[in-house]
Design a protein around this ligand. Structure first.
Ligand SMILES: Cc1cc2nc3c(=O)[nH]c(=O)nc-3n(C[C@H](O)[C@H](O)[C@H](O)COP(=O)(O)OP(=O)(O)OC[C@H]3O[C@@H](n4cnc5c(N)ncnc54)[C@H](O)[C@@H]3O)c2cc1C
Ligand code: SF4
Length: 326
């Protein structure tokens, strides 16, 4: 690991002021960043420990929504009574992620900004456009069983590993940001992560030195919420495919649907196509099959990951079926 300087901050304005320095980087739980530093994939010159910022609150909003502080721990958010009752899809997604030890350390902001689990990205001997722009992509033509089937490019076919973000996309969450000039902005989470295109090293719209101060959830949406994750083993494993579904029905007809998929793209993937198919149709298996076909219509397999297309369809159909029936 390269040497670096270190400071702890206790207020957000000090944090963003410190982040204006060249080579500075925030560290929160460190569950992803430290591994990347040990491999010298991340080489910050200065670390700003933001884990003690007063940004752990989970607060009710006047409109019935909820604001979750950026430093709130994954475990605390999953256990919060308001999250469990009003946003069960989020609690389920959080509990499907990592392990209890990791969830006790990992922050909400860090979860959004965790980097891909593509094996070639972590193998510093392998060409990787995300690690070294222009070097090439080892996963294209290589072992790509876990890689993307939607929205990939010829530069990168990596997936985003977060479970939590998939549920938040379905809930239409927004991210709150504070920049070094103390300006704040709020952007829909759906616009926060980027597709790889020709610049896979640029993963989000966050600007240098910007701090995620919180995530805002709108009031509880109508309908039943469900998160389903398919993975190679039952715990401590990233998704091959996951689905967050929120389905409202009236007299057997779907009146509102929100659908997001994980493990399939460079970003948590909301399927507007599936939602458009579902809304106003009867809550039947035929509708769910049509929605799955629409969601995966543009999917492209790269060989080892071809199975994910069928797996994503089946997972989506089963999740919609259960959400509509529950
Ligand atoms: C073995 C293992 C298994 C895992 N399994 C899963 C899984 O199944 N599902 C899943 O979703 N996740 C999984 N994870 C990932 C885990 O959820 C993330 O590592 C964790 O959420 C990152 O949070 P952190 O606070 O530790 O972030 P850190 O490692 O501290 O930081 C990550 C990144 O976020 C930046 N950052 C942190 N906070 C802020 C902020 N407030 N503003 C701006 N930038 C910030 C840091 O600079 C860094 O770039 C797993 C991790 C491990 C090690
Ligand atoms: S898929 Fe992306 S992260 Fe993986 S090797 Fe290719 S460029 Fe690197």
């Amino acid at each position: 690991m390269r040497s670096f300087t270190f400071e702890q901050v206790t207020d957000p304005n000090t944090a963003v002021a410190a982040a204006a320095a060249a080579g500075a980087k925030f560290i929160s739980g460190g569950t992803n960043l430290l591994d990347l530093m040990k491999l010298e994939i991340e080489q910050p010159a200065h670390l700003i420990d933001i884990s003690r910022l007063p940004l752990r609150d989970i607060a009710d909003l006047p409109d019935g929504g909820l604001r979750i502080g950026g430093q709130a721990l994954n475990a605390d958010v999953a256990a919060d009574e308001r999250v469990r009752t009003r946003y069960p899809v989020l609690a389920q997604a959080l509990l499907a992620g990592a392990s209890p030890q990791l969830r006790n350390k990992a922050s909400i902001a860090g979860n959004l900004l965790q980097r891909t689990r593509c094996g070639y990205f972590y193998d510093t001997a392998a060409p990787c456009n995300k690690r070294s722009p222009g070097a090439g992509c080892s996963a294209i033509g290589g072992f790509n069983r876990g890689h993307a089937i939607l929205g990939a490019s010829e530069s990168c076919i990596a997936t985003h590993p977060s479970d939590m973000a998939v549920a938040m996309i379905a809930l239409e969450a927004e991210v709150e940001l504070l920049d070094p000039k103390r300006n704040t902005r709020r952007i829909p989470l759906g616009d926060f992560h980027l597709l790889p295109n020709s610049t896979p090293h640029i993963e989000t719209v966050i600007a240098p030195g910007e701090l995620i101060t919180g995530v805002v959830l709108p009031p509880r949406p109508p309908g039943k919420q469900l998160y389903r994750k398919v993975r190679d083993r039952a715990s401590y494993e990233f998704a091959l495919v996951s689905v967050a579904a929120i389905v409202a029905t009236t007299s057997g007809t779907i009146t509102r649907a929100r659908v997001a998929l994980g493990g399939v793209s460079h970003k948590p993937w909301r399927s507007l196509e599936a939602e458009a198919v579902l809304e106003t149709r009867p809550a039947t298996i035929e509708s769910f099959r049509l929605a799955a076909d629409a969601a995966l219509a543009r999917a492209i397999g790269r060989g080892h990951n071809d199975f994910k297309i069928e797996l994503a369809k089946r997972t989506l159909i089963r999740t919609l079926e259960r959400a509509a029936a529950s």
